[in-house]
Design a protein around this ligand. Structure first.
Ligand code: ATP
Ligand code: MG
Length: 306
């Protein structure tokens, strides 16, 4: 069982339901488990039947849950930078600094980078505080972007650090010419290096300690998206674990459900052929919410050897 598990798949296929059920399963096994939703349209709290926030909260013994947001993280970062700047810039400039940073919170890329930072903080708490982390992701494209971001940002940060080093070298050269050549520490460069190292470590961990469980409902369009996701994961060196086939119509149904079952068979065969291991969850009369109702799904996971 991987320490870090991401539930991925097309919109509405059952990622949140499965993330909650897997989290409960791991907790019942005695593992300190954190389930975290990174989907801006959070529904993990609804599925677990409880309110959730940014900080992990123990919802049943051994299971913690949180709903994290890039925007919240970016806002906290702005407060921190404004507080740091208060000592460094003249007081009359501070409102302009704050206004600039607040606009930056909504700029493209900021929110996703902040979400990645927040997720990194939680990943770093495994295994010290939690034995397992289960991530309830946003639909496919968002999850793939989040998983491939550490690799993309590492050279970008390296580039920023390079620029910073060059500008420091120029400053030092002029300072030397003026006879003021002493070495001073550069907190900005130190912070860039620390960030680069954290992203590089996350990138490594995603390839060694993580797996993605793709959730599929047996429909052609869903399967086509899943196959593309598998290619991206393969290219990124991230393991695709067992697939979860959700809302499988039980054999022996007649009428409309029977016709659906026939239509599902072709995709079911393709999923079984492509994945070494699958877990199949039947179409239930009602979407399971709350630890008791999720028991049906947990029993299926246990039967499948999870
Ligand atoms: N096996 C099932 N049988 C019946 N209903 C189900 C089943 N699995 C999930 N559902 C219901 O389907 C709906 C979508 O499930 P869920 O929210 O888990 O999907 P999701 O992939 O997380 O969606 P999103 O992409 O919007 O985050 C929910 O109402 C859920 O209760
Ligand atoms: Mg969801």
């Amino acid at each position: 069982m991987s320490e870090l598990r991401f539930l991925g798949g097309k919109g509405g296929v059952g990622k949140t339901t499965l993330a909650a059920a897997i989290g409960l399963r791991e907790a019942r096994r005695g593992l300190r488990t954190l389930v975290v939703s990174t989907d801006p349209a959070h529904s993990l709290g609804d599925v677990l039947g409880t309110g959730l926030g940014e900080e992990p909260r123990e919802v049943v013994p051994g299971l913690w849950a949180a709903e994290i947001s890039g925007r919240g993280q970016a806002r906290r970062r702005v407060e921190q930078i404004v507080a740091d700047a208060a000592d460094a810039v003249p007081r009359e400039v501070l409102p302009a600094v704050r206004a600039h940073l607040e606009r930056a919170v909504d700029s493209p890329g900021t929110v996703e980078a902040a979400l990645l930072d927040r997720l990194t903080e939680l990943v770093e708490r495994v295994p010290a505080d939690f034995d397992r982390l289960v991530v309830d992701s946003a639909p496919t494209g968002h999850m793939l972007r989040l998983l491939t971001l550490p690799e993309l940002v590492t050279p970008w940060i390296e580039g920023l650090a390079g620029q910073r080093r060059r500008s420091r070298d120029t400053d030092r050269m002029f300072a030397g010419m003026l006879g003021r050549g002493e070495e001073t520490p550069d907190p900005l460069l130190a912070r860039l290096h620390a960030r680069r190292d954290r992203m590089a470590a996350l990138h490594r961990r995603l390839r060694t300690d993580a797996e993605v469980n793709l959730v599929v409902v047996p429909e052609r369009v869903v399967w086509a998206e899943t196959v593309r996701a598998l290619d991206v994961l393969g290219g990124a060196g991230i393991a695709a674990g067992a697939a979860v086939v959700n809302r499988v119509v039980p054999a022996g149904e007649t009428g409309l459900l029977g016709a659906r079952r026939v239509a599902q068979t072709e995709v079911l065969d393709a999923v079984r052929a492509r994945f070494g291991a699958t877990v199949e969850v039947p179409l239930l009369p009602e979407g399971p919410t709350g630890p008791d109702a999720l028991g049906t799904v947990i029993d299926i996971l246990v039967d499948a050897g999870w």
